[in-house]
Ligand binder design. Structure first.
Ligand SMILES: Cc1cc2nc3c(=O)[nH]c(=O)nc-3n(C[C@H](O)[C@H](O)[C@H](O)COP(=O)(O)OP(=O)(O)OC[C@H]3O[C@@H](n4cnc5c(N)ncnc54)[C@H](O)[C@@H]3O)c2cc1C
Length: 400
């Protein structure tokens, strides 16, 4: 079992098989899967607790509904991992808040039935046989709170969400050989000019030949200490939480309006709401500042597809809303970086693009195999650092 050392309670080791920097979903998954290869991971987290930055702000949903192989390949095994968490980790009694209440994509477009039909057909191509096309009144028969204006939907009942905090703590605990040091910031990745030699921290230097950068929005800064330029941008996204309201169906699905990118899902009788936002990239920040105009905006936009959000917004008091924000770490083509960084012994698990919870387990499994030398890190790895589509100007290929 992995050992978790609270801040300031244990001296750092002088050497490590692998140092993983960052204790969010990415670093925890990496440490867990490195253990399966018999590699001892020393995981450094600068905060006093795990899962405290982007991972703690996630709405934490997953969906098997993708129409691009590079997304489906990461998420489908991740869903299976969450469904089998106890067997995968050996943690018999470790609930991860798995709720499979479905994911509903909606559109009001006149050609929605055709577009959604193609989308559902594409998911079938990746073996997802239980995604459904809903057209017109069939949507409202299944989900009476959906607006008359919605023409088509894609739905899968076994999509859902997890509690990322429980997932990360479970992975760290179950990581066979991991030593987790909280309150320990990596300040520099050391190299001899061509390969990794260690990691510097305020508490001393750890000599190692292998380092994984899993530092979320701070990955670019850390990579720069080893002379690596990482092409990522950090973009703020908000999460509003609304207190329990009678209109919100506690058993409802994650619901996303594909025309406006406003989404919500039930949470504890209330709901989380979010929206794809068109903000400029910034430097990494911690904590991420919030904009209190967001809750009113997101409820207004969400009311287009789900009118009860207008009713709720009209009577809601500020005491019934809480607001958080995190930064997506974005790549040009929307795919993560999983693999070598371009310096021998330096590896990347970053570039989450807002889907790091659902891709986390499979990304960690692939990263660990590359570090252990049992998986290739060449053109057969679609998430390699030097792929052509990672260059600026590339486009995402997923519809939603
Ligand atoms: C509003 C919102 C909603 C989201 N919803 C979803 C969703 O529904 N589904 C989904 O899959 N994803 C979702 N995401 C995205 C998801 O949260 C991220 O993809 C994921 O949490 C990224 O995890 P990470 O481990 O890469 O980064 P982080 O969680 O940011 O972890 C990085 C860690 O590295 C640590 N660190 C940084 N620098 C150092 C250093 N020098 N030394 C030591 N430690 C360091 C940080 O303290 C941090 O704990 C959402 C994100 C936001 C903001």
């Amino acid at each position: 079992m992995g050992r978790i050392h609270p801040a300031g309670t244990a001296a750092l080791p002088q050497t490590a098989d692998v140092v993983v920097i960052g204790g969010g979903i990415a670093g925890a998954a990496d440490a867990f899967f490195l253990g399966r290869h018999g590699l001892g991971a020393v995981l450094l987290e600068r905060a006093p607790q795990l899962a405290s930055l982007t991972t703690s702000q996630a709405v934490a949903c997953f969906r098997a509904q993708w129409d691009d192989p590079d997304y489906a390949e990461l998420v489908l095994p991740g869903i299976a991992f969450y469904e089998g968490f106890a067997a995968e980790t050996g943690l018999a009694d470790w609930p991860i808040g798995l709720r499979q209440q479905g994911w509903l994509f909606l559109t009001a477009a006149a050609d929605g039935p055709a577009t959604m039909g193609r989308f559902v057909e594409a998911t079938r191509g990746f073996g997802v046989t239980d995604s459904e096309l809903l057209v017109g009144d069939e949507i409202r028969r299944r989900f009476p709170w959906v607006s008359e204006g919605m023409t088509a939907a894609s739905y899968r009942a076994r999509d859902g969400w997890v509690s990322p905090y429980e997932v990360v703590h479970g992975l760290a605990r179950a990581a066979a050989t991991a030593e987790v040091y909280l309150g320990t910031a990596a300040t520099e990745i050391l190299t001899d000019g061509s390969r990794v030699t260690g990691v510097r921290t305020a508490g001393g230097t750890i000599a190692t030949e292998r380092v994984v950068i899993a530092a979320g929005p701070f990955a670019k800064r850390l990579a720069a200490t080893a002379g690596v330029d990482l092409p990522v941008t950090m973009v703020r996204h908000h999460r509003a939480m609304v207190a329990p309201q009678p209109e919100i169906p506690a058993d409802g699905p994650m619901t996303l309006d594909t025309d406006t990118h406003a989404y919500w899902r039930p949470e504890g009788g209330g709901a989380f709401l979010g929206m794809g936002q068109d903000e400029p990239g910034t430097e990494p920040v911690d904590p991420v500042p919030t904009d209190w105009t967001f809750p009113a905006v997101v409820m207004d936009v969400a009311s287009r597809a789900v009118p009860f959000w207008g009713t709720i917004a009209d009577r809601l008091t500020s005491a019934e809303i809480s607001l958080a924000a995190g930064q997506y770490t974005c790549t040009a083509d929307g795919r993560p970086f999983i693999g070598g960084a371009g310096v021998d012994g330096l590896y990347l698990h970053t570039g989450d693009n807002g889907w790091g919870i659902e891709s986390g387990p499979e990304a960690g499994r692939r990263l660990a195999a590359i570090v252990a030398g049992t998986a290739p890190d060449d053109e057969r790895n679609p998430y390699r650092r030097n792929r052509a589509s990672a260059a600026a100007g590339a486009a995402r290929t997923v519809t939603y």
